[in-house]
Ligand binder design. Sequence first.
Ligand SMILES: Nc1ncnc2c1ncn2[C@@H]1O[C@H](COP(=O)(O)OP(=O)(O)OP(=O)(O)O)[C@@H](O)[C@H]1O
Ligand SMILES: [Mg+2]
Length: 286
Amino acid sequence: MKRYRDIAGDGGSDIVGQVEAQQQRLAARLRDVHAIVAVVSGKGGVGKSSVTANLAGAFARTGARVGVLDADLNGPSMATMLGVRGRTLVVGAAGVEPPLGALGIRVMSMDLLLADDATPLTWQAPTQAEAYTWRGAMEANALREFLADTAWGALDVLFIDLPPGSDRLATVVGLLPALAGTVVVTIPSDVSRLVVRKSITVAQGLKAPVLGVIDNMAGMFPGPGGEALAREAGVPFLGSVPFDPALAEAADRGEPYVAVAPAAPAARAFTAIAARLGQALLGPRS
Ligand SMILES: Nc1ncnc2c1ncn2[C@@H]1O[C@H](COP(=O)(O)OP(=O)(O)OP(=O)(O)O)[C@@H](O)[C@H]1O
Ligand SMILES: [Mg+2]
């Protein structure tokens, strides 16, 4: 397939110029973002979004300036988990202002652009067959636009919540000027271990380091945990987060668990993991 650079005549729309201008805008937008961290897992439903919301919350509680980009365009959940669902996006002089969610976290999600609860994301294409062919390119374009048009301002950390699977990680990383690292989420089960092992391989192929593996919903499943997986893959183990139904209830209310029940074991686990990440990303903080 032709890449956009190979397109000889583009009907005067200057696609190459447009994409390059957007890419430059994106780099300028992210200039004041100290560290970008992608939260990934080959496996769906293991808690990537919950981990993103709670790590963002744990960083925000230490006074860090935190943003979250929901890169799951088809199953966005960050607007719900961080309490900005239904907020109207404001376009200021500097660009689209990400709404401030729980603990002042700046959130950008496809959820904020969809008309209502029942509306799914659909790509505009003359036929569904063409939508199928172009889906990857359209997703990458949408994410590039998100990153280029959002006025993040100065941030210590920008977390990117990815959809399940390993393939999107390379796409997102390709759009970013720099990635500080990836955090890989798994649950203690053999099925998860096998799938997540593959996503660690993908993450290890990037220039950015794998910051570590998090074992989520610990105690819920009997299988081998994230610690063994991390050891096997030769990457750091960041910690275990126990299964706690109250964490899920808080997420549905738009509150990171670390904000509402900081003394609960699951919240303490997130706080400890964030402290370890903070050391790696921001250095010792006074
Ligand atoms: N430690 C936990 N204890 C209890 N419930 C949890 C925990 N972690 C996540 N959950 C719940 O499990 C469900 C799935 O979590 P979440 O949406 O974060 O997973 P995900 O990996 O982002 O899913 P997807 O692959 O669809 O993006 C949610 O209802 C969430 O509230
Ligand atoms: Mg998710």
